[in-house]
Design a protein around this ligand. Structure first.
Ligand code: PLP
Length: 286
C-alpha cells in the first residue's frame, strides 16, 4: 500500500514527495528528527518529543517549521490517513536549502524543510524480540560530542548495528573512556541486587523521552535508581539489563559480549518496567 507522507505543507503519496538535492539535510546531515510511537492509533509521549525537538532546533540555531499544535495535527492526520494502529511516526526538520552547496548556513529566512512519514508496525507492543531479549556487543563510541541533540548523523550508529549483526548479536552498546554511554539507538541500563544503574544526563547521551518516563515510573514503583557512570564489566556482572527507546519501549538485554546475564531470559525488573510503561503510555496517549 502506498503511504501518504507529509512534506512542507502537503500530504502526498510517498512516490510524489520531493526535497531539493541542495537540502542541507541531504548534503550536511544538517537536520534533526524525532520518532514517536503509536499504540491503539494514538501518539505516545508526544509532548516530550515536541519539547525535545524544540530544544534540538534551538541548540543548532535552526528555525522551527511550525507550532507544537500544528505538529500534533500533522502527526494525527498521518496516523489516520495511513490507518496506523501500532507503529511509528518519523519526523525530520532540516535547515532547508538556498539552492546551492555552501558550508556557511543559508540566510536565517530560508525556510526549514519538514518531512514526516509513518511506519506501520503491527505487534509493536507485543514484540517477540522483547519476549526473547536482546544480545548486545560493546564497541567504541566515536560519535561527535553533542549527542544530546537528536541529529540525523546516524552513520556510526548504523555501522554499530551492522557490527552487532555480524557478531550474531542484535545491537551495540557504545563505550567511551571505559564507560558505557548508551546503545546505538537507545539508553542503556543494568540491574544489580534490585538497583537500576544508568548514565546521568549530559551532552554525552541523548536525553531519551522513554528514559525520562521509565525512570519516573520506576521511582513511583519504589525501585532503587542510581544515575552514574558504569563500565561494560559491571554490566556483564549484572543480574539483568535493558534499553529504552520510543521504538522498542523497554527492551530486556540478555547477553553482553557473549556473556549471559542471569538465566539468559528477560529479567523481572525489565519485564515489569515494560508492562508499567506500556500501560501508563496507553492511558496518556493522545
Ligand atoms: N539514545 C540514542 C542514541 C537514540 O538514538 C535514541 C532514540 O532514537 C535513544 C537514546 C532513546 O530516546 P527516546 O526514548 O527518546 O526514543
Amino acid at each position: 500500500m502506498t503511504r501518504t507522507v507529509y512534506v512542507n505543507g502537503e500530504y502526498l503519496p510517498e512516490g510524489e514527495a520531493k526535497v531539493s538535492i541542495f537540502d542541507r539535510g541531504f548534503l550536511f546531515a544538517d537536520a534533526v528528527y524525532e520518532v514517536t510511537s503509536v499504540l491503539d492509533g494514538k501518539l505516545i509521549d508526544f509532548d516530550g518529543h515536541a519539547v525535545r525537538l524544540e530544544r534540538s532546533l534551538k541548540e543548532l540555531d535552526m528555525a522551527s517549521p511550525c507550532s507544537k499544535e500544528e505538529l500534533l495535527e500533522i502527526h494525527r492526520k498521518l496516523v489516520e490517513l495511513n490507518g496506523i494502529e501500532e507503529g511509528l511516526v518519523y519526523l525530520q526538520v532540516t535547515r532547508g536549502s538556498d539552492g546551492d552547496r555552501d558550508f556557511v548556513f543559508p540566510s536565517a529566512d530560508t525556510p526549514p524543510s519538514l518531512v514526516l512519514f509513518t511506519q506501520n508496525k503491527p505487534g509493536l507492543a507485543d514484540s517477540p524480540a522483547a519476549q526473547k531479549g536482546a544480545k548486545v556487543i560493546s564497541i567504541e563510541d566515536i560519535r561527535w560530542g553533542r549527542r544530546d541533540i537528536k541529529t540525523v548523523q546516524l552513520l556510526y550508529p548504523s555501522m554499530g548495528k551492522m557490527m552487532a549483526k555480524k557478531a550474531g548479536a542484535d545491537d551495540a552498546w557504545l563505550v567511551e573512556d571505559g564507560y558505557v554511554t548508551e546503545g546505538t539507538s537507545n539508553n542503556a541500563y543494568y540491574v544489580k541486587n534490585g538497583k537500576i544503574v544508568t548514565r546521568p544526563l549530559s551532552n554525552d547521551i541523548l536525553h531519551g523521552i522513554t528514559r525520562a518516563a521509565v525512570l519516573r515510573l520506576a521511582a513511583e514503583a519504589q525501585m532503587e535508581i542510581e544515575e552514574r557512570l558504569f563500565t561494560i564489566k559491571e554490566a556483564k556482572e549484572a543480574d539483568e539489563a535493558f534499553t529504552t527507546s520510543a521504538s522498542a519501549f523497554v527492551m530486556p538485554v540478555v547477553e553482553i559480549d557473549g556473556v549471559q546475564l542471569g538465566d539468559g531470559t528477560p529479567g523481572p525488573i525489565a519485564k515489569r518496567l515494560r508492562e508499567i510503561y506500556l500501560e501508563e503510555s496507553r492511558k496518556k496517549a493522545v
